[in-house]
Design a protein around this ligand. Structure first.
Ligand SMILES: CC(C)(COP(=O)(O)OP(=O)(O)OC[C@H]1O[C@@H](n2cnc3c(N)ncnc32)[C@H](O)[C@@H]1OP(=O)(O)O)[C@@H](O)C(=O)NCCC(=O)NCCS
Length: 169
């Protein structure tokens, strides 16, 4: 399905439910649904986080094409969730969302972005590698004791005494 237009903008409270549903179906499938609307809404309201939406249109139809949630610390940002509607994948939407969030982290002066991805999610692993993320280690049972996660990171800039590699925590 070819997109007619895409607008990236910060989510509003009303977006919490569709984002949560997309997380349930596209990210958490097969796991217990953790990222429900109240949890998403808390991130929308959190000044230390950005919840970004891709609003898409196809003719007169508008829909949530994808979203990303990033939390900003004092040195490192963490990508909590990122998903694109299956109907509009491989059109650069995931890259647009992640680049926007990365730009925010760079502007905030942060040094690295961390994320976890389900180890068996080869498509997402490939996507992150394409965008410059490196795998650091696997954590067994990370997802509800049932599935392992691959930790990945991207160094944003150099800083004295900061290796850019994630600490073991
Ligand atoms: C991972 C995801 C966000 C990528 O979104 P997308 O909009 O399809 O990605 P893009 O179109 O921006 O892809 C950019 C590049 O990444 C790579 N890539 C993306 N998806 C890929 C896949 N399934 N397999 C291999 N490479 C892939 C390609 O190099 C692609 O460029 P190309 O299409 O020109 O070859 C999307 O597949 C998704 O929502 N997956 C389910 C949820 C998920 O796994 N989220 C990540 C963990 S939280």
């Amino acid at each position: 399905m070819a997109l007619a237009s895409v607008t990236l903008e910060l989510a509003r409270s009303i977006d919490a439910k569709p984002i949560a549903l997309m997380s349930r179906d596209q990210i958490e499938a097969g796991l217990e649904w953790k990222w429900r609307a109240p949890a998403i809404r808390a991130f929308i309201l959190d000044p230390e986080s950005s919840v970004l939406c891709a609003r898409c249109s196809l003719g007169a139809t508008e829909f949530l094409g994808g979203f990303g949630i990033m939390q900003f610390g004092s040195e490192v940002a963490h990508l909590n969730l990122l998903a694109v509607d299956p109907r509009v994948r491989r059109q650069g939407l995931g890259e647009q969302l992640l680049t926007w969030l990365e730009t925010t982290a760079i502007t905030a002066g942060l040094y690295r972005i961390d994320l976890e991805v389900r180890s068996n999610n080869r498509g997402a692993r490939r996507f992150y590698e394409e965008l410059g993320y490196k795998a650091s280690r696997t954590i067994r049972g990370y997802y509800q004791g049932r599935e392992s996660a691959l930790k990945m990171h991207k160094k944003l800039r150099d800083r004295p005494n900061f290796s850019g590699a994630p600490r073991d925590n």
